[in-house]
Design a binder for this molecule. Structure first.
Ligand code: 13P
Length: 350
């Protein structure tokens, strides 16, 4: 694979492909495991990630996978570093490099994402371990009075400094300003806040000299809060999302890869599909970088048991295939009922 950043960014949004976000911190993955009664140990987290990464045929729909620090240091049961397990399959390894969202001074209910201290050296180390792209997630919360200007500008500044450092260290930055779905806000309010956040982020990227051709944007969709009583239709979400992106994302950015943010897996697929079916010009590839929407079914099918590895891989392969189709606007409800070819996704030990 070509090592220049533009080629890597283009490969990550190749036709029909998107990214697996498997970069949950130990605390977050433990919470997800708890929901299924799966014990979280270093070994169970390793086995779970190995199950996903060795799914035969996944590379048809998955271009890259974002790892967490613990995972990039782990080896498969056969003794191969997990990052190498991915690259041998044709999946580009990536790494989450922020150190988490911490309370923002002066604003009681908001956070700023941290991790810039020592980042240059950490990026160099991750590059040496095989990572070719990185992720940093900023969190923006909507209430009647939030987000504050302080929250949006502090997070935009940190995202831009992270992105500039990534490019200096030969990693493609994924810039993720996530406007949360928590709360009762409407789709319209989400669109206003997402617009403001994107505007601030691209302003900061410009100030820090980030090459837009060599990055990807990972935004939320424009969608009502989970406690909003008026649910917008799939078409309304798709139109509002594409309108907001057209207004605020420069044409030089090669790709937009959505987070799923708490949508059900099928809704995340349906929305992505509809966005890709809308008429009119768009400058960038539009695909996915889903965590929960790619993993929930697989985690449930696996349930922490070795004997369920194949079932877990089938579930993962199925969602990857549906989202791959959605990234081309070719997903249909009927695909949900199509059985996964047993041989196409069986476990492969290496
Ligand atoms: P979800 O798709 O579960 O929102 O996760 C994507 C992600 O990487 C959040 O940072």
């Amino acid at each position: 694979m070509s090592e220049d950043l533009e080629s890597i960014a283009a490969a990550l949004v190749a036709d029909g492909k998107g990214i697996l976000a498997a970069d949950e911190s130990v605390a977050t993955l433990t919470r997800r495991f708890d929901a299924f009664g799966i014990q979280s140990t270093e070994q169970s987290r390793r086995a779970y990630r190995e199950m996903l990464f060795t799914t035969r045929g996944a590379a048809e729909f998955i271009s890259g996978a974002i790892l967490y620090d613990e995972t990039i240091r782990q080896e498969s049961s056969g003794g191969t570093p997990l990052a190498q397990v991915l690259s041998r399959q044709g999946i580009v390894p990536g790494i989450k490099v922020d150190t988490g969202a911490n309370p923002l001074a002066g604003s009681a209910d908001e956070t700023v994402t941290e991790g810039l201290d020592g980042l240059r050296d950490r990026l160099a180390e991750y590059h040496g371990m095989g990572a070719r792209f990185a992720k940093w997630r900023a969190v923006i919360r909507i209430t009647d009075t939030l987000p504050s200007v302080a929250c949006v500008s502090a997070n935009a500044h940190a995202l831009a400094r992270y992105a500039a450092l990534c490019q200096e260290q030969h990693l493609v930055p994924i810039v993720e300003p996530e406007v949360l779905m928590n709360g009762p806000h409407t789709t319209e309010r989400c669109e206003d806040v997402a617009a403001m956040a994107l505007h601030a982020v691209f302003h900061a990227l410009f100030e820090q000299g980030v090459a837009l051709e060599s990055m990807l944007l990972k935004p939320n969709m424009v969608i009502a809060g989970m406690e909003c009583s008026r649910r917008a239709s799939v078409q309304e979400v798709a139109s509002a999302t594409l309108r907001c992106l057209r207004r605020h994302v420069p044409a030089a950015v090669p790709g937009i890869v959505f987070l799923s943010g708490g949508q059900t897996d099928r809704m995340a697929t349906a929305h992505l599909n509809e966005i890709n079916r809308l008429p009119g010009p768009r400058a960038w590839k539009i695909s996915f970088s889903y965590g929960r929407a790619l993993q929930d079914a697989a985690m449930g099918a696996w349930h922490g048991r070795d004997e369920n590895l194949t079932a877990g891989q089938h579930a993962f392969y199925h969602r990857a295939r549906c989202n791959g189709a959605a990234s081309l606007g070719k997903y249909t409800e009927e695909m949900e009922a199509e059985p996964v070819n047993a041989r196409s996704s069986e476990h492969r030990r290496d």
